[in-house]
Design a protein around this ligand. Structure first.
Ligand code: GLA
Length: 389
């Protein structure tokens, strides 16, 4: 992203000045669809993200321009409905959520742009939310914590966009640090930075360019299945406190398989919960393997996650399964769908010496089959939300 370009676009519309903020997209090594189930995730921020120039304008109106979409909107900060276009709803929602958290947000002018591909499962929306949560808190002298920024972004998704997402994306965007992954316990919100230097390997994304759209979608359905299973297991065990699938065991699931009909749990609900319980085990196995520097084991678990996301959670698509097969054929250490699914990227753990052959083959074979080239993105773990001086 070019800061100068953004500043000139701002100057052209609103006059010289403004402060620049940036927030990244994210990758996730393992732990998919575990965040809203109280489990662990393993994300890191990337170098690509959203950048915004923002300046209070002394009125109660927000005036916003998206450089990427070449779209402009304005609305009163406290408008009960807000703008219609999704990209502005993020900005609108975050401002409202900040106000609810005590930040005195007034009118402002802004121009924003990004280089994190939209709909690629790299959380362009969390990048946008976090950028404004961080920037508006700073400019309007708020004193909310980083966690409040994360929660304001997540609440924006829930209330203004219609996606009942978990906490991973906004967390990674706000808290990211260059060169480090983070292991987050989504229940306690405790986390740890994990230097990630897999000597001899690298992380590569292959973006299928099949757009995923999570809002009001099958994503929310999956989440609902998990919550139904939790309620059913709780009903079977009133003596225990079962809040999320994190609190459920394989035995609980076996029991539910027998009593499912009376509890109105479908085979599909059970299949989805099976994925989540499996993923919980895989994240722990990966932590163990990382501690031992055993990247081959990390890779095996990634393939298992792909299998689970595809067959049990059913959030894959033909193109992503194809990319996963190609990775296997090329002898790539680990490969899987990254993020919510339904399109977007695979994340691949690739030995240095295989990188060139794998990426070439993935691009050629994919293009031959689907008529367009996938995009190769080399992962560089970058910093979280910040002001650009
Ligand atoms: C999306 C959501 C996250 C998380 C992932 C799947 O990115 O925003 O909260 O649930 O899907 O792991």
């Amino acid at each position: 992203m070019d800061k100068q370009l953004l500043l000139s676009a701002f100057a052209e519309r609103f006059g010289q000045g403004g402060t620049v903020y940036a927030s990244p997209g994210r990758i996730n090594l393992i732990g998919e669809h575990t965040d809203y189930n109280g489990g662990f995730v393993f994300p890191g921020a990337v170098q690509q993200g959203i950048m915004a120039v923002i300046r209070p304008n002394g009125t109660d109106t927000v005036r916003a321009y998206s450089m990427d979409l070449k779209d402009y909107a304005e609305w009163p900060v406290n408008d009960p409905k807000g703008p219609e276009a999704t990209c502005f709803r993020f900005v609108y929602g975050v401002a409202r959520e900040l106000i609810e958290r005590g930040v005195d947000v007034k009118g402002f002018d802004t121009v924003f742009a990004g280089d994190v591909p939209l709909g690629a499962g790299m959380s362009s929306s969390a990048a946008l939310e976090s950028c404004f949560a961080f920037g508006l808190n700073d400019l309007f002298h708020g004193s909310i914590s980083k966690w409040d920024m994360v929660l304001a972004g997540q609440a924006t998704e829930h209330k203004y966009i219609g996606c009942n997402c978990g906490i991973m994306d906004q967390f990674a965007s706000v808290f990211g640090q260059a060169g480090k992954l983070m292991r987050l316990d989504c229940r306690s919100r405790e986390f740890e930075y994990f230097p990630f230097e897999p000597k001899g390997y690298r992380l590569v994304l292959v973006n299928s360019c099949v757009k995923h759209e999570l809002a009001g979608s099958p994503y929310n359905d999956r989440r609902r299945s998990c919550e139904k299973v939790v309620a059913a297991i709780q009903a079977l065990h009133p003596d225990r406190k079962i809040e999320t699938l994190r609190d459920c065991t394989w035995e609980d699931l076996e029991e539910l398989k027998i009593k499912n009909e009376e509890l109105k749990i479908t085979a599909e609900d059970i299949k989805r919960a099976t994925f989540v319980l499996g993923e919980k085990d895989r994240v722990l196995a990966v932590c163990d393997a990382l501690n031992k520097g055993d990247y081959e084991e990390v890779g095996r678990q990634m393939y298992r996650t792909h299998e689970g996301l595809s067959k049990e959670y059913e959030v894959s698509c033909e193109e992503l399964d194809f990319l996963n097969d190609i990775a296997k054929e090329c002898g790539v250490t680990g490969s899987r769908i990254m993020g919510g699914g339904f399109g977007g990227c695979t994340i691949n753990l690739v030995k240095d010496e295989l990188y060139a052959a794998f990426t070439k083959r993935a691009v050629e074979a994919f293009e031959a089959k689907y008529g367009h080239k996938p995009i190769i993105i080399d992962v560089v773990i970058g910093d979280g939300s910040r002001k650009i001086e």
